[in-house]
Structure formats: structure tokens, C-alpha cells
Design a protein around this ligand. Structure first.
Ligand code: SAM
Length: 275
């Protein structure tokens, strides 16, 4: 039909129609470049305010997010270990509403403006916040970081139940088997993202944060799977290496082997060096 209309209309009219059609895109581009704010220093509480301004429960967003002190600890490690001679590549597992993602992407961007962080999360409801990826994308845009993040919606490894199999809104209660089965039937995202990055032979990764599913065997598998994607000397940051997650703490403490060396920890985040 389109071809037919084009055929019977004089060329001048076709051009006018095409130009009009393009005008919407041009207006969109103009609005995008106008709305980009300059890259301001990132602060965890400012980011939480932004997320809360979108109607999200601030307390739940905060409970599910790494604390400012640990984010600052990671920033100082990245600044000590890397300079602006090349773009950094990061891997970020567990995005939630985007706060640690935006923070680390901002640090990497401030070291080299073309740095890239690959961000993996299945975008399931977490702590009563549905579609958290939408908020993460808004946060990245707000801080002019959308050009430094490659978003992969999916599970890092196999499919797992959301919220670590708990109800965070009901005293962190462990879910009954029937509740877990119901959730698994309703929750959907592609899986095996790390394997797929390997299949694509994605560039060597300089640093990775692991803060997705908190089951110890799962995190152990993630470490083994991430290893071949990493540069030698690269850094892996494991969140929740604390008394609250004793099994994860154990995984971290037992991780000096052929693949990694346990480097340091701040009481919450553990750092592994890639061998
Ligand atoms: C504790 S929150 C992450 C908080 C975030 N790192 C921050 O500090 O801003 C955990 C997130 O991991 C996600 N998640 C759960 N299982 C995952 C998996 N297998 N792969 C990637 N993300 C996962 C959850 O849906 C949730 O969004």
C-alpha cells in the first residue's frame, strides 16, 4: 500500500510527508540533549531521594542497597588500581533500583569517559518494588550514565526465586515451598547471562560486583563462571560478606585457590583478586 501511494503521489509531496514523519524524531533528539544534566558527584542518599521521588518506598530501596561507606570503599579501590589510559569494563550482577550500578558506572566513567558496565538483573519485584529496572534506567539517565551501561535483563546463572526466597515485607520470613513454587511459576526472565557473555567472547572485564541471588552455592558457581571473563589482576567485589550472610562470608573466606586470591574486606564487601 505504502509503495502504491508513493507511486501515485508526486515526488515533492512524498518528500513533504517524509520530512513531517521525521519531525517527531528530531523533536525527541532535541528534548534528549536538552535534558542531560552535567555529571554531578554521586551520593547514595541523593540517589535514594531521586528514587523516592518516583513514588518508591525509600526505606525498602535503602534496605536493599549497598551502604555509602562500602560504595566509597569500592570507588577508592578502582581509583587506586586504574587510570585513564583505557576504558574500564565492569560487570554488575544485581541492579535492583540502580544505586550501586550508577555509583560504579560513574566512578568508571570518571576514570575513563568511555568505560562500560555490563549490568545483569532479571527485573523481578524486589522488596515490594515492581519493575525495578525502570527506576534503574531513570537513575542512569538522570546522571548521564545511560551511555556507559549495557543492560542485560536476565539471571546471571540458572533461574532462581526472587527476594532470596523470603518475604522482606514480613520480617524477612522464609517462604513456604508452595509460595516458592507459585513465585517460580509467575516469574520470568532469560537465564545464563554469564554463559552467554562468554559465548559472545565479551572483552576482558576489569571489575565485577556480585550482589544478585544470595544462595552460597549459586554465588560459588557465579565466581567460577565469571573467572574466564576477567582480566588477570581484575577485582571481584562480593557484597554481604557479613554476619548477616554467614554462608556467603564462608564462600569469600574460602576463595583463595587457583582462580582467586582473597584480598581485603570492609566488613560488608569482600574483594577477590583474579589470578
Ligand atoms: C540486594 S539487591 C541489589 C542491590 C544493588 N546492588 C545496590 O546496592 O544498589 C539484589 C538484586 O539482585 C537481583 N537478582 C536476584 N537473582 C539474580 C540473579 N540470578 N542474577 C542477577 N540478579 C539477580 C534481584 O532481583 C535484586 O534486584
Amino acid at each position: 500500500m505504502k509503495q502504491f501511494v508513493k507511486f501515485i503521489l508526486p515526488h515533492g509531496i512524498v518528500r513533504i510527508l517524509q520530512t513531517r514523519q521525521e519531525r517527531g524524531y528530531q523533536r525527541g533528539r532535541a528534548a534528549i540533549s536538552k535534558s542531560l544534566p552535567s555529571l554531578a558527584p554521586l551520593d547514595q542518599s541523593v540517589m535514594l531521594d531521586f528514587i523516592a521521588s518516583r513514588g518508591v518506598n525509600r526505606a525498602q530501596a535503602s534496605h536493599g542497597t549497598m551502604p555509602e561507606a562500602s560504595l566509597a570503599f569500592l570507588a577508592s579501590l578502582l581509583r587506586q588500581n586504574y587510570d585513564n589510559s583505557r576504558a574500564l569494563i565492569g560487570l554488575h550482577v544485581g541492579n535492583f533500583v540502580g544505586i550501586s550500578l550508577a555509583y560504579l558506572a560513574h566512578v568508571a566513567k570518571s576514570i575513563n569517559s568511555t568505560s562500560l558496565v555490563i549490568a545483569v538483573d532479571p527485573n523481578l519485584e524486589h522488596r515490594g518494588i515492581s519493575n525495578p529496572q525502570n527506576h534503574a534506567c531513570a537513575l542512569l539517565d538522570h546522571f548521564a550514565l545511560s551511555g556507559n551501561v549495557l543492560l542485560c535483563c536476565g539471571f546471571s546463572h540458572e533461574k532462581n526465586v526472587s527476594n532470596d526466597g523470603r518475604n522482606y515485607l514480613d520480617g524477612n520470613r522464609l517462604l513456604e515451598s508452595a509460595e516458592v513454587e507459585q513465585k517460580i511459576a509467575q516469574e520470568h526472565a532469560p537465564h545464563s547471562v554469564i554463559d552467554h557473555l562468554k559465548q559472545l567472547q565479551v572483552a576482558s572485564i576489569d571489575f565485577a560486583l556480585i550482589d544478585g541471588n544470595h544462595e552460597s552455592a549459586y554465588v560459588q558457581d557465579e565466581l567460577v563462571k565469571i573467572h574466564p571473563l576477567m582480566r588477570k589482576g581484575g577485582l571481584i567485589f562480593m557484597d554481604d560478606i557479613s554476619e548477616g550472610w554467614p554462608m556467603l562470608k564462608q564462600v569469600f573466606e574460602n576463595s583463595s585457590n587457583k582462580l582467586f586470591r582473597v584480598s581485603e574486606a570492609d566488613g560488608r564487601v569482600g574483594v577477590l583478586e583474579v589470578l
